[in-house]
Design a binder for this molecule. Structure first.
Ligand code: ZN
Ligand code: ZN
Ligand code: ZN
Length: 162
C-alpha cells in the first residue's frame, strides 16, 4: 500500500489520496459535493458507470455500488459491469475481440464457464441454454468490462450493428 493511500470504508478498495470518490462503489470522500442535476442537494454518491454525482432522487446505492437512475439497471459484478448478454458463444467472442482491439479489457462470464474455459464449446450445454425457459437469464453468457470502460464499450458495440 502506497503511503497516504487509504481504504474505501464501504468496499475496502485501496484509494489514492487525491481521489474524490471510490471508483468501485461510488462512495464520495470529500465534503460538499452537490448533485449534478439538483445543485441545492447534497450528492449521496457517484455513479460508478458515468461518475455523475447524484442526490437521493437521481441515484441509488445498491448492494455493492452506487448507480444513477440512467444506469440503475446495469448488472455489476465486483468492479465489472455487464455490457452485453447473449447465448451465442461465437458472437460473444467476436465482440470481446472488437473491444480488445480498441484497447478495452472485456471479460466473458458464464455459468457454463467450466466448459468454456476448457477451450472447446460443450454443444450439449450450449444447446440446452438456447431453449426458451425460465433459466434463460441464468445461462446467459455475459460480456463484462471494468466500470470505467462500460460507456465506451456500449458505444463500440452499438456501432457493430449486431
Ligand atoms: Zn469503495
Ligand atoms: Zn450513471
Ligand atoms: Zn439530484
Amino acid at each position: 500500500m502506497e503511503e497516504n493511500n487509504f481504504l474505501c470504508n464501504t468496499c475496502k478498495l485501496e484509494i489514492e489520496t487525491d481521489s474524490d470518490f471510490c471508483p468501485r462503489c461510488g462512495t464520495i470522500f470529500i465534503e460538499e459535493v452537490k448533485c449534478e442535476d439538483h445543485p441545492e442537494n447534497e450528492a449521496e454518491g457517484v455513479c460508478v458507470i458515468c461518475t455523475k454525482p447524484c442526490c437521493r432522487n437521481c441515484g441509488y446505492a445498491g448492494k455493492d455500488v452506487f448507480l444513477c437512475n440512467e444506469h440503475e439497471n446495469i448488472e455489476t459484478y465486483q468492479g465489472l459491469a455487464k455490457v452485453y448478454g447473449t447465448f451465442d458463444e461465437i458472437q460473444v467472442q467476436f465482440i470481446k475481440q472488437c473491444l480488445e482491439e480498441k484497447g478495452l479489457h472485456p471479460f466473458i462470464f458464464s455459468k457454463k464457464s467450466t466448459a468454456l474455459h476448457l477451450g472447446g464449446i460443450d454443444h450439449a450445454l450450449i444447446t440446452s441454454a438456447i431453449k426458451p425457459g425460465k433459466n434463460d437469464v441464468m445461462n446467459e453468457i455475459k460480456l463484462l468490462t471494468p466500470f470505467s470502460e462500460l460507456m465506451n464499450a456500449m458505444e463500440i458495440i452499438s456501432e457493430l450493428e449486431l
